[in-house]
Design a protein around this ligand. Structure first.
Ligand code: 5GP
Length: 210
């Protein structure tokens, strides 16, 4: 059975990653989106088990102690982490798993699994980023300022990603992201079973003719 591709999508808060993820899930049927755990409070309209598993600090730290996360990080005073079991199960079933996580977590996963695909989604400019954050209407000016500051720090790591996608036209951005993930199926690191089989077959043929 072919293994799924593990894709990490990061981007500045307000870059539209969440919308791109929703688009991938709606347009194609080979994706599974990992739901993270967090200690941040639910925003209006968010549901436990749908956007996030909302945890207390104590619960989250207990999960860290149990080794339940592939990665976790602190972001603007809250913990965020990717539960391990779901991701491993879906990849083994051949699903392409999407992690929408910030940069520290992305780099942790890449170290652990070099075959993971790292995609960074960005708005076309800093001005548009600030407009999008303000337009959401869900965050206080202080939080927006913190997120803009965080974006400055994150921008320093953009070149650690395999691909940068500019989210200007949403449908284009979804399509480009999908094509990159599908291309990754051909990566030699995901073809080790096939490589072993054809090497064996070629050797056997050579030996049978000798
Ligand atoms: P938000 O509070 O806006 O939902 O998310 C804040 C940041 O945390 C976003 O950059 C989001 O991608 C990131 N994030 C969400 N889940 C995880 C996770 O499981 N691990 C890490 N490292 N970051 C996450």
């Amino acid at each position: 059975m072919s293994k799924g591709v593990l894709t990490i999508v990061s981007g500045f808060s307000g870059a539209g990653k969440g919308t791109v993820m929703k688009g991938l899930l709606a347009n194609y049927d080979n994706y599974a989106l990992s739901i993270s755990a967090t200690t941040r409070r639910p925003r209006e309209g968010e549901q436990d088990g749908r956007e996030y598993f909302f945890k207390t600090r104590e619960e989250f730290e207990q999960m860290i102690a149990e080794g339940a996360f592939i990665e976790y990080a602190q972001y603007v005073e809250n913990y965020y982490g990717t539960p391990k079991a779901y991701v491993e199960e879906q990849l083994a079933n051949g699903k392409d798993v999407l992690l929408e996580i910030e940069i520290q977590g992305a780099l942790q996963v890449k170290k652990l699994r070099p075959d993971a695909l790292l995609i960074f989604i960005t708005p076309p400019s800093a001005e548009i980023l600030e407009q999008r954050l303000t337009g959401r209407g869900t965050e206080t000016p202080e939080v927006i300022a913190m997120r803009m500051n965080r974006a400055v720090e994150e921008a320093a790591y953009m070149d650690a990603y395999d691909y940068i996608i500019i989210n200007d036209q949403l449908e284009d951005c979804i399509e480009k992201t999908h094509r990159l993930i599908q291309s990754q199926h051909a990566a030699s690191s995901l073809q080790s079973e096939f490589i072993c089989r054809i090497q064996r077959e070629l050797k056997e043929r050579k030996e049978s003719k000798a």
